[in-house]
Design a protein around this ligand. Structure first.
Ligand code: DQA
Length: 138
């Protein structure tokens, strides 16, 4: 099985940015843990701060991979285009968030992606990604 973990804007700064919300572990070291845990599947990681590059990646893997676990960051709340890209491809997408977006500002309560995703996981810290992968494996 092939699964892509896809991170959007500002998530390259995990471990540095707003630690009280997003924790102090950097994503690359967490991703190493994920690869060890899911050693029987082909796990890949990609991050971009650009909406169009994220869309290109969804198109690139979206007819080939078995799943995408995507944290679109703030694009979750703004991007009709990423929502449309998810609808356009065949690969199931799980939307994940590190923080519980429903405990936060009102503008974080709406997702343009969720309707086109298999499901949504939020609020479990970095463990949200692991749970997203588990959801794709059942
Ligand atoms: C986030 C939540 C978003 O509202 C925010 O813009 C992020 C991170 C999360 O993982 O909790 O960048 O997606």
């Amino acid at each position: 099985k092939k699964i892509l973990v896809l991170n959007g804007p500002n998530l390259n700064l995990l471990g540095v940015r707003e630690k009280s919300i997003y924790g102090s572990q950097d994503f690359l070291s967490y991703f190493e843990d994920l690869k060890k845990r899911f050693s029987t599947i082909q796990l890949e990681y990609f991050q971009s701060n650009s909406e169009g590059i994220l869309i290109d990646k969804i198109h690139e893997v979206g007819f080939e991979y078995d799943g995408i676990v995507m944290n679109a960051g703030a694009y979750t709340h703004t991007s009709v285009a990423i929502g449309d890209a998810i609808a356009a491809v065949q690969t199931p997408v799980i939307e994940v968030h590190i923080s519980n977006v429903y405990q936060r500002e009102e503008f974080r309560h709406h997702s343009f992606l969720a309707k086109n995703c298999r499901g949504v996981i939020c609020g479990f810290g970095l463990d949200s990604y692991r749970l997203g992968i588990e959801a794709l494996l059942v």
